[in-house]
Design a protein around this ligand. Structure first.
Ligand SMILES: NC(=O)c1ccc[n+]([C@@H]2O[C@H](COP(=O)([O-])OP(=O)(O)OC[C@H]3O[C@@H](n4cnc5c(N)ncnc54)[C@H](OP(=O)(O)O)[C@@H]3O)[C@@H](O)[C@H]2O)c1
Length: 320
């Protein structure tokens, strides 16, 4: 069973359907899915704004955890029965997925399937963005949206890697939850974020899920030599850039995406996450599962994410 999109639109369009069992080709594994993470990108795909890359299944889902049930020829890293999680280009809203062995990770010790199924996409996004921004210990990192699926992993990983982390969230409770990890929280609904960040001395790296509408403010929050790393466009695509400020700061703006990257890039990122992030899970980096929904209620899971009340991740549980 899968949860698919016969047409684009609101959460109602998500519909259960049956498709043939996937078969592992050479260097692929088939995973019986125990948990599938829901991402904001899935909502964009549902609305028709984010098509899956060529070769990916048409139905949504960028990450799963589960058990390996078959392996294709030449697979050396995994065996039937292994508990794993995986980064997908699509198709995770399913009982079974097929994925290249390079994009599979072992289940982190001490984490449930629900936690692991909602961790891989965020961990790979944050790790690759830190890499693109050259983020490192001793720096000040601003995470926009520390309450989000990506943001709550960015806050925890930044702190675990020795950065000083400032982060925004909406409302005192969500801010407080971010502060419990050791971040300095800023309530973006009640405070002047730019003034607060500047009062804190500015940021060396900004992990930006907002985009155009925050571009000018973000440049004003950067320290000299800083990097604005844009990964999301919740506040628009086109903005006006003060190049004079960019030059004076000797600053960089980098954009990065994960889903459409070539296989070799993704495989390198997954290796980096396995080597550098997985040892921190779950003691230093622990995914927050806000709610789980049965796969056949994927529409309700999307509604929950759209409500703005989710802290961390929403995860789908397929039938056994
Ligand atoms: N480039 C990539 O490879 C990549 C990969 C993954 C995700 N993304 C993008 O990253 C973004 C976040 O994804 P997600 O799955 O983490 O979504 P999510 O769980 O829905 O999180 C969205 C976050 O944005 C915050 N936010 C919304 N408006 C804000 C504002 N005005 N100021 C500060 N924060 C604000 C929310 O804070 P509150 O909930 O507290 O309001 C929440 O923390 C999306 O745009 C997604 O498309 C990009």
């Amino acid at each position: 069973m899968i949860s698919t999109l016969p047409r684009f639109g609101g959460a109602d369009v998500l519909t259960s359907a049956d498709v043939p069992e996937p078969i592992a080709a050479a260097h692929e594994v088939v995973i019986h899915v125990h948990a599938a993470g829901v991402n904001r990108a899935d909502i964009l795909q549902r609305e028709g704004h984010y098509p899956p890359p060529a070769g990916a299944p048409a139905w949504p889902g960028l990450e799963v955890s589960g058990t390996v049930v078959s392996v294709g020829g030449g697979v050396t890293q995994w065996a039937v029965g292994d508990a794993v999680c995986a980064l997908l280009a699509g198709g995770g809203y399913a009982q079974r997925v097929c994925v290249h062995e390079d994009l599979v990770l072992p289940m982190p010790v001490g984490l449930s399937h629900e936690g692991a199924g909602g961790l891989v996409e965020a961990a790979c996004t944050v790790w690759s963005t830190f890499d693109a921004a050259d983020a490192r210990a001793g720096q000040t990192l601003l995470v926009e949206g520390g309450s989000g699926g990506v943001g709550h992993i960015a806050v925890q990983l930044g702190i675990a890697m020795g950065m000083r982390v400032l982060t925004t969230a909406r409302g005192p409770q969500r801010v407080q939850r971010c502060e419990e990890w050791g971040a300095t929280g800023i309530d973006y609904a009640r405070e002047d974020v730019m003034a607060r960040v500047r009062a804190e001395g500015g940021a060396d790296v900004i992990l930006d899920v907002l985009g155009a509408g925050a571009l000018d403010d973000h440049l004003r929050m950067l320290r000299t030599g800083g990097t604005l790393a844009v990964i999301g466009l919740q506040k628009g695509v086109r903005g006006e850039l003060d190049l004079g400020r960019l030059l004076a700061l000797r600053a960089r703006i980098v954009g990065t995406t994960l889903r459409s990257r070539p296989h070799e890039d993704k495989a390198r990122i997954v290796r980096g996450v396995r080597d550098h992030v997985w040892p921190l899970v779950p003691e230093r980096v622990r995914p927050v599962v806000h709610a789980t929904y049965p796969l056949e209620r994927a529409g309700d899971a999307h509604r929950a994410l759209e409500s703005g009340k989710v802290f961390g991740k929403v995860v789908l549980i397929p039938p056994p």
